[in-house]
Design a protein around this ligand. Structure first.
Ligand code: 0O2
Length: 217
């Protein structure tokens, strides 16, 4: 039934996905522009990399089922806000908040939701700043507002999340005796990555302080 519904809606589905691709390009451009602007006067760029993805049809179907949402294209657009995902990997934690603030201030960007898993990490140790934003895309004869999920992370947060995603996320491990040891180990890795981020931030601040002192002397 699911496949039948989506198939009968195939051209609508394809069109919606094309719009989300355009929205991803818009948001990526916004971050690339901010990266150029914020790099002036610094030795390094605040953004290390940007990784974007369109949610796969399998993942969309899984989420619709899990959340009891009807399987049609209109419901996908109305209820799922992470079809378009832009992940911004930053050098330092303070860059994350600076970039998020700059994006939020742009007058064509509407921030619909903020989840700060850095100030409030998930129980398993997951850290990242998530924003759901709505931005306009300009088509031939219309302007369309599209939602994009932006995830901002440091390299250390991305290292942990990428490996955890590979080895555990969404796998049903609860049934095994080793589950609690695996969770503890991953949580310890998350704590160590948070400690690394804090030490790097402090060291960065020390170096900036030294540079300032040098300029004043
Ligand atoms: P993928 O494969 O990255 O696309 P829900 O999506 O219903 O679970 P919600 O409220 O929409 O929940 O999402 P939330 O909490 O803002 O986070 C969703 C996304 O954040 C996930 O997308 C992951 O990318 C990332 N994420 C959240 N928690 C974890 C975690 O514990 N470990 C890792 N590695 N990533 C996490 P998807 O669509 O689930 O996955």
């Amino acid at each position: 039934d699911i496949i039948k519904n989506i198939r009968s809606d195939a051209s609508e589905y394809g069109r919606l996905m094309a719009y989300y691709r355009c929205a991803i390009m818009e948001v990526e451009t916004k971050f690339n522009v901010l990266n150029v602007e914020l790099s002036r006067g610094r030795e390094s760029n605040p953004i290390e990399t940007i990784k974007s993805r369109l949610k796969s049809p399998e993942s969309i179907v899984e989420k619709l089922q899990r959340k009891n949402i009807p399987m049609d294209v209109a419901s996908i657009e109305k209820n799922l806000f992470d079809i378009a995902g832009v992940r911004v990997i930053c050098a330092f934690q303070e860059d994350i908040y600076m970039l998020a603030d700059s994006l939020a201030k742009q007058d064509d960007v509407k921030v619909l939701e903020v989840k700060d898993y850095i100030k409030h990490p998930k129980d398993n140790g997951y850290r990242s700043l998530h924003l759901i934003v709505e931005i306009p895309i300009f088509l031939l004869n219309e302007k369309r507002f599209m939602k994009v999920e932006v995830q901002l992370r440091t390299i250390a947060m991305d290292f942990w999340a990428s490996l955890e995603h590979k080895i555990r996320y969404k796998k049903n491990l609860q049934m095994y005796d080793e589950y609690s040891e695996i969770s503890d180990r991953l949580k310890q890795c998350a704590d160590q990555s948070a400690a690394l981020d804090n030490m790097m931030d402090e060291t960065h601040k020390m170096i900036i302080g030294l540079k300032k002192r040098n300029e004043e002397e």
